[in-house]
Design a protein around this ligand. Sequence first.
Ligand SMILES: Cc1cc2nc3c(=O)[nH]c(=O)nc-3n(C[C@H](O)[C@H](O)[C@H](O)COP(=O)(O)OP(=O)(O)OC[C@H]3O[C@@H](n4cnc5c(N)ncnc54)[C@H](O)[C@@H]3O)c2cc1C
Length: 410
Amino acid sequence: MQYADSDRAREVADRAHALMEEVVLPLERERAGGMALSSGTIADLREAAREYDVYAPQIPEEYGGMGLGFRDSLPTFEEAGRSLLGQVAMRVDAPDEGNMHLLELAGDDLQKETYLEPLVAGDIRSGFSMTEPMQGAGSDPKMIETTAERDGNEWVIDGHKWWTTQGVEADVLIVLARTDEDAHPYQGCSLFLVPADAEGVEIVRDVPHMGGGPLGVSHAEIRYDSVRVPEEHLLGELNKGFAHAQQRLGPARLTHCMRYSGMAQRSLEIAKAYLTERRGFDSSLSEKQSLRHRIADAETQLHVARTAIRDAADRIAAGDDARVPVSMCKVFTANVTQDAIDLAVQCCGANGIGKDLPLSDFYESVRQFRIVDGTDEVHRRVIARAAFEDVNADELEPLTRFGEPNRRPE
Ligand SMILES: Cc1cc2nc3c(=O)[nH]c(=O)nc-3n(C[C@H](O)[C@H](O)[C@H](O)COP(=O)(O)OP(=O)(O)OC[C@H]3O[C@@H](n4cnc5c(N)ncnc54)[C@H](O)[C@@H]3O)c2cc1C
């Protein structure tokens, strides 16, 4: 399917496709059901991505990327999403991808040199610490409890976070904390760059969770106990933490959408291959109309998702307020990719559950997508708020209210 992508976006996505077909997918098949990826394998994959000229497409050249820009990178994100190994290879993997974007937008020169460049190079890893145990920040982020107080030329951070993806492995943690108790949290929180080895940072545990697959990334519970960071570790503007977090989350939601639509598309490719070869009840399973219709519906929904994601990305690129279109993409894509992957599991019978094919890893991975970066319910809330903004009461003008005389002509 062709989309309104620029020539450059297509060229890079074509090279990403070649990398996936020639390097990543053969490795994934060879390692079927295998253990977590070693750092050596990750380094080899990244070397291959550099050779195919598809490494860190979204990052400006001055920081070690390709300078493709956000919108033009999206088709490459989709290619990368076709395997859990693809996104690591091309350095478009969450959460580093979103954190790099945030550092690029909000970081100063020293922060970019210290954290962004090594992140792009793959020399360090990062986490984004916002969600807290009850009754702290969750779906309602303004319930944030973590604080940062100024003490001379340092900030002292006290708090408790969990579900910080890659928190165990991270070298640097981006922490959201209250910096003005009197202001509304949306105007009274800030972001801080906290080295993971700073005194007072306690990685309590990797919260046991569904999924992980070959990447085996942690989701950490972390205590910040009087953690001191120099004032230069404030990321972006003071008390603009939520605004900066939104700068990260808007695009990150769309890049998640593209990675997962790639994963869903690959799942359908596997399902179609299986149905074509497998016979039952006197024909190929691919000839059974009930299955064909379900594949057709899944293809249709993915096409609608891809189209909507590009539209939302174009609006971001144009500087428009894209909050509602992004929420629509996020909730729609999370659900249709989950449905498509579930369908692929069903189509492959027992082998949908087995680990010789990547489907069960995809199935476990996609479930989180309806929760991370804003749950379905939170995004529906945003969409519904806009939908109810200009209700037209005139539409009900013909209706009779209780006790009113009949308005209809006899
Ligand atoms: C795999 C994974 C990775 C994550 N990575 C990170 C990370 O790197 N950094 C980070 O900070 N956080 C991370 N999170 C946390 C994630 O952002 C939160 O789980 C999410 O914001 C929801 O918060 P909660 O878990 O506290 O749910 P709760 O706020 O407890 O909500 C519980 C349920 O109630 C629903 N609900 C809440 N309010 C309403 C309402 N008004 N109407 C209807 N339903 C409602 C929610 O949608 C949800 O289904 C991650 C989570 C997962 C699963």
